[in-house]
Ligand binder design. Sequence first.
Ligand code: MN
Length: 141
Amino acid sequence: MRKLLCVEDNEDNLYMLQLRFDVLGGYEVLSTRDGAAAIVMAASERPDLILMDLNLPNINGWEATRRLKANPATRDIPIIALSAHAMSGDREKALATGCDDFDAKPIEFDRLLAKIERVLAPASGRRRDMAGAAPLPGRPP
Ligand code: MN
């Protein structure tokens, strides 16, 4: 069972994600609508991955990502940024801020899931998995 933390202030998106992961199975979904709460939950819940909306009230997703990646206790948790502004350079900014991947809204669940599974895969090149890790059989290194 993978544990996801969805940081999203849009109720419809949150509902859709919860429903789709429930149907899919294999994922426990935690959620918060608030960037400050996300920072606290990331440290206490140790999710396998964070979906981070960039446009949030209070502490936005940019600042929350910066704080999570600056903290040794949370910096290894992969973050996939979600933004409605795919054409505005948010992708490059998100990756530069430390996000592991980026996806554009409106959310297309299957596309997002493919990115989630790629980031979670042991052979994906995540830094904490790279030291001495052999590629899985049947997967390209
Ligand atoms: Mn938002």
